[in-house]
Design a protein around this ligand. Structure first.
Ligand SMILES: Cc1cc2nc3c(=O)[nH]c(=O)nc-3n(C[C@H](O)[C@H](O)[C@H](O)COP(=O)(O)OP(=O)(O)OC[C@H]3O[C@@H](n4cnc5c(N)ncnc54)[C@H](O)[C@@H]3O)c2cc1C
Length: 488
C-alpha cells in the first residue's frame, strides 16, 4: 500500500480532523484520572514555556492524570518560541514527516494537519515545512488540545519554601505561585543565553547584533555586512541581509573548512534516544564532544539561499580576535593579521549554556552541578562549552554542586536544550520531544506518588467499595470423592 492509499486525513478539513482527534483522545482516556492529592493554593506542576516542549510536556502530564498544572509564557499568544521572532530560515531543516510533539497521535502530526487542509497531492509536492507554517501548526496544536497557556507572564525567580517552590512572576499578573514541580521548557537558550563574544564589548550597539536579536534588516540596504560564523542561523541572517539589498555580505569563519556532515542527524534512532542517557559519562561525553567538534553544517537550502547572491562570500580560517569602532564602521581584526571594515556585524555565534546567565535561579544558579564538576575528559576530548552543561539526574532534574545545600533542585526539571549532554536529543530539536515528554511525565508522576505515599496508602486502607455484593456465588461443603482413601 502506498502513502497515497492511506488517505484518511486528506481534505478532511480541520474541523473534522479536530473531531476525530478529540474522539481518539477520549477513547484513550485522555486526560487521565486525576490521582494527585489536592493541596490548596498549590499547583502540582508549573511549566515555564509554552513552546512545543512546554505543550508536549503538558499533554504528557495530563495524559498521566496530572491535571493541576499551570503553563506560563512571557511571549504574547501565538508568538511563543523563535519561529516568528528571530528564526529567519525559509523552511525547517527537519524532514516534513517528522512527528515532533504528536505524542503518538497520528491526527496530531504536522502531516495530518497539512493533509486535512491541502490534500495528499500538495503534501507529496511539499519539500520542507515553511517556517511560518510550523508556527501555524503549533497554534493549532494548542487550540485543538485546549492548552491553557497563560501568556504575558514571565517567571522571574524561583526559590524553595519548605518542600514547595515559590515562583515570583511578573507581566500581566504580579503574583507568587506555589508549586511542587517546575519544568523549564524555556527553549534553545533556556539554560543559557546568546553567545556574545567579548570582542564586541565597547562597540556601539547600532553596529552589531546577535542572530537571536531583533534586527531591522531594511537598515542594512547598501551596507557591507559581516556575519561571524557559518551555522544555520548565521546563513539565514546573511540571506536576509542580502535579500534586503546589502551591498555585500561576508561570512567570517574561524574554521578552515565548511562542515558538511550532520553527524547527529545521521545516527538518530530510537536506540540512541532510549540508550544515550544510560551510557556512562565517557560515552555520553564522547558523542557530544565529537558532534560539537565536527559541527553541524548549515542546511542545504539556507546555504544556497546565500550563495545565489553574487555579493555573498564565505571566508574560512578567519578567526576574529578584535573589533574596533572606526567612526560609524566596525573594523574586524583576524588572527592572521588581516582585517575587514564592515558597516554592520551580525554575530552568528550561537548560544552558550550557562545557568548563571539565567535570572530565574538568582545566585542559586551557581550551585547547579555541571559536567565540568563531574567529568574530566581525556586530553583530546576536552571541550569547555560542553563542560558548562548541567549534569542532570536521569529524570531531567538539576543536581546540587554542594550536597544538601539545595535539595529542592530535584523538583526543578530542565526540559530544554541544556539537557542534551546528560539525556540526549529529547528536549530541544523537534524529532525526539515526544519521547522526552513521556519520560519526563513518568518521572514526575513517580516523584509525586512517592512523596504522597502515606495518603495513597491510606486511600488503599479506606477503599471499601465491594466489587462483589455476596449474591454472585454460593459456598458449599467439600465431600470426599468415592474412591478417595482406598489403597490400590
Ligand atoms: C532559529 C532556530 C531554528 C530552529 N530550527 C529547527 C529545525 O528546523 N528543526 C528542529 O528540529 N529544531 C530546530 N530548532 C531547535 C528547536 O526546535 C527550537 O529551539 C524550538 O523552539 C524548541 O522548542 P521549545 O519549546 O524547547 O522552546 P521555544 O519554542 O523557544 O519555547 C520556549 C518558550 O519559553 C518562554 N520562556 C523562556 N523563559 C521564560 C520565562 N522566564 N518566563 C516565561 N516564559 C519563558 C519563551 O517565551 C518561549 O516561548 C531551531 C532553533 C532555533 C533557535
Amino acid at each position: 500500500m502506498s502513502l497515497s492509499d492511506l488517505n484518511y486525513y486528506d481534505d478532511l478539513g480541520l474541523q473534522e480532523l479536530e473531531t476525530k482527534l478529540r474522539t481518539d483522545l477520549n477513547c484513550l482516556g485522555v486526560p487521565g484520572k486525576n490521582w494527585v492529592p489536592r493541596r490548596d493554593g498549590v499547583a502540582d506542576v508549573v511549566i515555564v514555556g509554552g513552546g512545543m516542549c512546554g505543550m508536549v510536556a503538558w499533554l504528557s502530564l495530563i495524559t498521566g492524570g496530572m491535571q493541576n498544572i499551570r503553563i506560563l509564557d512571557r511571549a504574547i499568544d501565538g508568538y511563543e518560541g523563535p519561529w516568528l521572532t528571530y528564526a529567519r530560515m525559509e523552511t525547517l531543516r527537519s524532514p516534513k514527516d517528522l512527528t515532533g510533539p504528536a505524542f503518538s497521535h497520528g491526527g496530531l502530526t504536522f502531516q495530518a494537519w497539512y493533509r486535512a487542509q491541502f490534500g495528499v497531492t500538495k503534501w507529496n509536492a511539499l519539500d520542507k515545512i515553511l517556517r511560518p507554517m510550523w508556527m501555524d501548526y503549533l497554534r493549532w496544536y494548542r487550540h485543538v488540545l485546549n492548552i491553557p497557556i497563560e501568556n504575558g507572564i514571565s517567571l522571574d525567580y524561583v526559590e524553595n519554601k519548605g518542600d514547595l517552590l515559590r515562583l515570583q512572576v511578573s507581566g500581566v499578573t504580579d503574583e507568587t505561585i506555589l508549586c511542587r514541580k517546575l519544568i523549564f521548557a524555556t527553549g534553545r537558550d533556556g539554560t543559557g543565553s546568546p553567545n556574545i563574544p567579548s570582542f564586541v564589548n565597547g562597540l556601539s550597539q547600532d553596529l552589531w547584533a546577535h542572530c537571536a536579536h531583533e534586527i531591522n534588516f531594511s537598515m542594512l540596504k547598501n551596507k557591507c555586512v559581516a556575519v561571524i560564523g557559518v551555522g544555520a542561523s548565521a546563513v539565514d541572517n546573511a540571506a536576509e541581509a542580502l535579500e534586503h539589498g546589502a551591498t555585500e555580505v561576508r561570512h567570517l569563519i574561524r574554521r578552515k573548512e565548511m562542515p558538511t556532515i550532520n553527524k547527529m542527524m545521521g545516527i538518530g534512532s530510537f536506540g540512541f534516544t532510549a540508550g544515550y542517557a544510560d551510557l556512562p559519562d565517557e560515552w555520553r561525553w564522547r558523542f557530544m564532544q565529537y558532534s560539537f567538534a565536527t559541527q553541524t553544517p548549515p542546511p542545504h537550502g539556507s546555504t544556497l539561499r546565500v550563495s545565489r547572491h553574487k555579493n555573498a562570500y564565505f571566508h574560512f580560517d578567519k578567526e576574529t580576535i578584535e573589533i574596533q569602532q572606526h567612526g560609524d564602521k566596525a573594523k574586524i581584526f583576524f588572527s592572521d593579521n588581516t582585517s575587514y571594515l564592515a558597516d554592520f556585524v551580525i554575530l552568528g555565534t550561537g548560544f552558550k549554556i550557562d545557568p548563571l546567565a539565567r535570572t530565574e535561579f538568582g545566585k542559586n544558579a551557581g550551585n547547579i552541578l555541571l559536567w565540568k564538576d563531574v567529568y574530566i575528559p581525556p586530553k583530546d576530548e576536552e571541550n569547555d562549552e560542553l563542560g558548562c552543561f548541567p549534569y542532570l539526574n536521569p529524570d531531567f532534574s538539576f543536581c546540587e554542586k554542594v550536597a544538601e545545600t539545595a535539595p529542592w533542585f530535584k523538583n526543578v526539571f530542565c526540559f530544554n536544550y541544556g539537557a542534551s549532554a546528560s539525556l540526549g536529543k529529547v528536549s530541544g530539536d523537534i524529532p525526539g520531544i515526544s519521547e522526552g515528554a513521556a519520560w519526563l511525565a513518568r518521572a514526575i508522576a513517580s516523584q509525586l506518588y512517592s512523596e504522597d505515599i502515606e495518603e495513597h496508602w491510606q486511600l488503599m486502607l479506606n477503599y471499601k467499595k465491594p466489587e462483589l455484593q455476596g449474591h454472585e456465588w454460593t459456598p458449599t461443603e467439600l465431600h470426599p470423592n468415592k474412591d478417595q482413601g482406598k489403597v490400590a
